[in-house]
Design a protein around this ligand. Structure first.
Ligand SMILES: Nc1ncnc2c1ncn2[C@@H]1O[C@H](COP(=O)(O)OP(=O)(O)O)[C@@H](O)[C@H]1O
Ligand SMILES: [Mg+2]
Length: 296
């Protein structure tokens, strides 16, 4: 077993950042600024939680990382390389995420007519992976989420938590470098959510992706991440970052630690302050392009 990561810090290597936003702006078409002057660098292995008022652009930020929508100003680098979202112009909007990146949504989006194993194999089918390679990858992904015994079940035979585990297995089957999770456990009851949080971190001990995790739950953000980014709205900005210096591996005992409760309080207060701002009317647009940003 690898030694426990007790420092939370990603390994000190010369690897380029997994994700780097440099003065990124996002508008949809000719609409208003949705994300403004986003500067954020995630090292390989970082677990970044994004939290903020509804509509502040959390899902949009994930879409930019995935290359599903182009940025309109600034630069976005993935593993030191210009991302598809940066390269595109309005004429060539990217629409296919890279192989080394996976998405998990709040809805498990399983195909009801396929077995659990066949659902997990979908990303491999799309890449025409030979059957001989496919089976061990699917088996390993199902084992990661503890669902190997349910491989031949259909989605309707699973609980909500089990469906979400299948969705996670499908995301992990290609061993992604970057895992994007958009409120994945938001529809689950609290006990199931706590359990899945623990399982997700246990998987992280074995597969070292960089995670961006959108949530409305402060407790979940503190439990999972080593960095919490609190966003404000109108336009979406990075309001404050909080480092979560709780040691990994985190366990149910983590939730009883005084340091955990202090962080939950601190982030809750920050969130309340940005939500108060979000309910006041936005200022008229007076912004000029900032020097140093690169117009596309
Ligand atoms: N495809 C789109 N076209 C136009 N506007 C969009 C699109 N997607 C999201 N938006 C707008 O961008 C803003 C941020 O949305 P979103 O990223 O979904 O926020 P969050 O995930 O924080 O709730 C919202 O005002 C939303 O209406
Ligand atoms: Mg969203």
């Amino acid at each position: 077993m690898p030694p426990a990561d007790t420092t939370h810090a990603p390994s000190a290597t010369s690897d380029p950042p997994a994700v780097e936003f440099r003065a990124v702006e996002k508008r949809y078409g000719s609409g208003p600024v949705i994300l403004d002057d986003i500067n954020l660098t995630a090292a390989p292995g970082d677990f970044v939680a994004l939290i903020g008022p509804s509509g502040c652009g959390k899902s949009t930020l994930l879409k930019l990382i995935a290359g599903l929508s182009p940025i309109t100003r600034g630069e976005l680098l993935l593993a030191g390389r210009t991302s598809p979202a940066s390269l595109s112009t309005s004429a060539t909007t990217p629409n296919t995420p890279a192989d080394d990146l996976a998405y998990v949504f709040q809805e498990p989006t399983l195909l009801p007519w396929l077995t659990v194993a066949a659902n997990v194999a979908l990303p491999l089918d799309l890449r025409a992976t030979p059957p001989a390679r496919r089976t061990p990858l699917v088996t390993a992904a199902l084992a990661l989420v503890g669902l190997a015994p349910r491989a031949d079940y259909y989605p309707r035979q699973l609980s909500g938590g089990q469906k979400m585990r299948v969705s996670i297995a499908r995301a992990l089957v290609l061993s992604p470098q970057i895992l994007l999770l958009d409120e994945p456990f938001g529809a689950l009851d609290e006990m199931t959510r706590d359990r899945l949080n623990e399982e997700l971190l246990a998987i992280r001990e074995r597969q070292r992706w960089t995670a961006f995790f959108v949530t409305h739950s402060v407790a979940e953000a503190v439990f999972l991440s080593n960095r919490i980014v609190v966003m404000s709205a109108n336009p979406g900005r990075l309001h404050r970052e909080i480092r979560v210096d709780l040691p990994y591996p985190r366990t149910p005992a983590t939730r009883r630690a005084p340091a955990y409760h202090r962080l939950v309080d601190e982030v809750s207060q920050l969130l309340r302050s940005v939500e108060d701002i979000a309910t006041t009317p936005p200022e008229p647009e007076t912004r000029n392009p900032k020097p140093g940003t690169v117009p596309l």
